[in-house]
Design a binder for this molecule. Structure first.
Ligand code: C2E
Ligand code: MG
Ligand code: MG
Ligand code: MG
Length: 281
């Protein structure tokens, strides 16, 4: 019985694997077309300054409107795009779209907004990023300080020397740099020593249990204090409750982002939200 059960399990496993491989292949094939057919959209999630409760900017989060599957989230296709190389043209598209938005925001009530864009490992380490950014910034005539690039520790640590050089180049242009998912890698502290950055984003994993896990509360408070003493700003990701927000504010965390304030949303909705909040109450 054990033998046949084992065999059954194996069969089940291999079928599951086949369908995973199948989905992967299907998505990969379709991804290239998706770029040509304009099936991608940037959603924006507001970032809030905790001291004032004002929206100070947004993070751009990629969405794919697949004609049959509906909305596909980035966790499902970014890894595939990264492996297949599509991330390079896709990443260029995201940057171009972000610069177009920043250009459009040179309007009353919107001109203070900062836009954060995620960079993948391959984008960071490829040769095309800086020339592309230079072209985009110049042709859109935007203030580089309103563009923030988010890099994860793991992406940067794939090639620390190169990342170091890239971050210096970015910051010499006045572009802001944030470390995404801070605390989840193996080298968070050496990161702070190695790299020139502006901001760290405390990972959702630490924020989630602030109320229930005293260790997480201590880690978050100490991380904020450490960052501040190094002259860095801090934003907390994944803030879902008022208690989390209040804790972060009490510990002087600069900014926050999360479902408590708003989910990622289409651009027009974000702009309407900012404009509505600008109206004096
Ligand atoms: P990330 O950069 O760490 O983005 C934060 C993720 O957390 C987003 O998921 C966001 O929707 C989600 N989130 C925000 N607030 C909350 C909250 O309060 N609770 C919970 N449970 N989740 C929250 P999303 O949009 O699915 O993106 C997932 C990841 O995909 C991103 O993680 C980022 O690594 C990657 N990604 C998204 N857009 C791009 C892009 O344009 N380029 C690259 N290279 N990666 C991207
Ligand atoms: Mg991010
Ligand atoms: Mg993150
Ligand atoms: Mg993440």
């Amino acid at each position: 019985a054990a033998k046949s059960q084992g065999r059954g399990n194996f069969q089940f496993f291999s079928e599951a694997m086949n369908s995973a491989t199948h989905e992967r292949l299907m998505l990969e094939n379709r991804l290239w077309q998706a770029l040509e057919q304009n099936e991608f959209e940037l959603y924006l999630q507001p970032q809030i300054e905790l001291a004032t409760q004002r929206i100070i900017g947004a993070e751009a989060l990629l969405r794919w409107h697949h004609p049959e599957l509906g909305m596909v989230g980035p966790d499902r296709f970014i890894p595939i795009a990264e492996e297949s190389g599509l991330i390079l043209p896709l990443g260029d598209w995201v940057l171009q779209r972000a610069c177009t938005l920043l250009h459009a925001w040179r309007a009353p009530g919107l001109s203070h907004l900062r836009l954060a864009v995620n960079l993948s490992a391959r984008q960071c380490h490829g040769p095309g990023l800086l020339p592309h950014l230079d072209r985009m910034l110049l042709s859109h005539g935007i203030d580089p300080a309103l563009l923030e690039l988010e890099i994860t520790e793991s992406a940067a640590m794939q090639d620390p020397e190169r990342s170091r050089a890239l971050l210096i180049e970015l910051r010499s242009r006045g572009i802001k740099v944030a470390i995404d998912d801070f605390g989840t890698g193996y080298s968070s502290l050496s990161y702070l020593k190695l790299f020139e950055i502006d901001r760290i984003k405390i990972d959702r994993g630490f924020v989630k249990d602030i109320e229930s896990d005293p260790n997480d509360a201590v880690i978050v408070a100490a991380t904020i204090a450490l960052a501040h003493s190094l002259g860095l700003e801090v934003i907390a990701e994944g803030v879902e409750t008022e208690a989390q927000r209040d804790f972060l504010r009490a510990k002087q965390c600069d900014e926050a982002q999360g479902y408590l304030f708003a989910r990622p949303m289409p651009v027009a909705q974000f702009e309407a939200m900012v404009r509505a909040a600008e109206v004096p109450a």
